[in-house]
Design a protein around this ligand. Structure first.
Ligand code: MN
Length: 481
């Protein structure tokens, strides 16, 4: 199998979040369940209806362009991509051909060719029997299309790219980018060639490329690529040729299948849409780079660096926050409330959120409804651990109790889980632990310092997490001389 290497490029479409559609005033509402509600003469293509350009949609594409360090076009225009299909009422889709809004850029180290703006099609719903229904709510919804260079080398590299793009789109707030809902769609172009050709010259002739469509999850993207690598390898090994075609994914059989022989781009007879003005981006003040940059938040890539360098979080922990916006917000709010933002406290906050809070949310779904409260609780708990007022066992109990009861950590601490600080109360426990762990005590006396920590732990357990660990240490060391 290693005799062949794949070359993969991606085409990703994402519906943009705007109030109205790309070329008219109909609402852009992906939640609308009733068919043909958000439509007008423009998006159903009544004769004579004229399109106007949605500024917000253009802005959204320029923002993702800047976020991926692409080059913003100075001049851009819209083209008609002609083809016949029931879901494309005009007989053409308005898209961009020669002058896309963005050229170049990169993400995850993968070069982006272009990002352009177009309109989505209507939705065909094939019915039992021999007819289909068409819902035009989606017709004319702004759609961005991003094309990568064919430089991707594996299934995971492809799905990582798509995942990262989804995250950037969400950070920018320009698309929900949900693959299951179809508002982000990934198409894969894949060919394979003998690895000895690859070694000779990376730009030497590529194999015949196959396009895979209708992939509705990141997992499916990976599985389809892996399947296709195996299928094409087998075709070549048998001495046959790979056919240039479009294939779909069969989820039940877990395999790709031939859909149609691919049209060449000239079949679309692209030409500039005479109904729309050309755009000179640099002449439009609100499209200036300085203005657009003001609306670009910290991106996943930057956050990754900050979390690693400033807080010394592990790669996995940083990634957890980067991918889970709600917990990230609790993290940030907790740090704002901590007495001391030292490495130890930050690490504790991160641990309690990732292992305790995130786990408990499954049990108490309402737990995250008030993030400020959760953050205050976590900050207080961590402050108390750091100053030795509670043990880490106690901290877990308190955090859980706040989620169970919806009381604040302060209230909980004031009642049931308060710490035992009284030496007299702890002395009994220590004596019992010493009695039950004779061999550990001997080891300690012979100089094994780590045994002390074990004895503190045992005493803590005996006190059901309520003992002050510093006082336990004091009593133990004085008893074990
Ligand atoms: Mn397209």
């Amino acid at each position: 199998m290693k005799d062949y290497v794949p070359t993969i490029g991606l085409e990703i479409h994402a519906e943009l979040k705007t109030k109205t559609k790309m070329f008219c005033n109909s609402l852009n509402d992906s939640e609308e369940k009733r068919p043909n509600v958000n439509i007008c003469e423009v998006c159903v293509a009544e004769p004579g209806a004229l399109p106007t350009i949605n500024k917000q949609a253009v802005k959204n594409v320029l923002k993702i362009g800047l976020a991926l360090s692409g080059k913003i076009a100075d001049f851009t225009e819209f083209d008609r991509k002609n083809y016949f299909y029931p879901d494309i009422p005009k007989g053409y889709q308005i898209s961009q051909y020669k002058y896309p809004l963005v050229q170049g850029g990169s993400l995850n180290g993968i070069a982006v060719t272009r990002i352009h703006l177009e309109e989505d099609t209507a939705k065909s719903m094939h019915q039992e029997g021999d007819f289909s229904l068409v819902d035009f709510n989606r017709a004319g919804v702004p759609l961005m299309e991003l094309v990568t260079e064919p430089v991707i080398k594996s299934a995971t590299e492809a799905s990582d790219f798509a995942r990262e793009l989804q995250m950037v789109l969400r950070y920018l707030g320009i698309s929900d980018a949900d693959m299951e809902k179809g508002n982000m769609r990934v198409e894969v172009n894949i060919s394979i060639r003998p690895s000895k050709d690859e070694a000779k010259n990376s730009s030497a002739k590529l194999g015949t490329k196959v396009e895979i469509k209708n992939l509705n999850s990141f997992k499916t993207v990976e599985k389809a690529i892996e399947y296709e690598i195996k299928r094409q390898t087998k075709v070549l090994e048998e001495g046959s040729k790979v056919i240039q075609e479009t294939r779909g994914w069969n989820e039940i059989k877990q395999e790709t299948f031939s859909q149609r022989i691919k049209e060449d781009s000239h079949d679309y007879r692209y030409f500039p849409d005479p109904d729309l003005p050309k755009l000179f981006i640099s002449h439009i003040p609100e499209f200036s780079e300085t203005e657009l940059r003001k609306e670009i938040p910290e991106l996943p890539k930057e956050k990754r660096v900050r979390y690693r360098e400033r807080y010394n979080l592990t790669e996995d922990d940083a990634e957890f926050f980067i991918r889970n916006g709600d917990f990230d917000e609790v993290f940030k709010l907790s740090l704002d409330r901590l007495k001391d933002n030292d490495e130890k406290s930050v690490k504790l906050v991160s641990n309690y959120i990732i292992s305790d809070l995130a786990g408990a949310v499954k049990e108490f779904p309402g737990a995250m409804s008030n993030k400020t409260k959760v953050a205050e609780d976590i900050a207080l708990i961590v402050d108390m651990i750091v100053t030795g007022k509670i043990s880490s066992r106690g901290a877990k109990d308190i955090l859980r109790a706040t989620l169970e009861t919806n009381k604040t950590a302060k209230e909980i601490v004031g009642t049931s889980v308060s710490q035992i600080n009284d030496e007299k109360d702890l002395l009994d426990i220590v004596i019992r632990v010493i009695g039950a762990n004779k061999s550990v005590v001997d080891e300690y006396k012979k100089g094994k310092i780590a045994s002390l920590q074990y004895l503190i732990g045992q005493s803590m357990k005996e006190s059901h997490g309520k003992a002050n660990p510093e006082i336990l240490r004091k009593i133990l060391t004085s008893k074990l001389v």
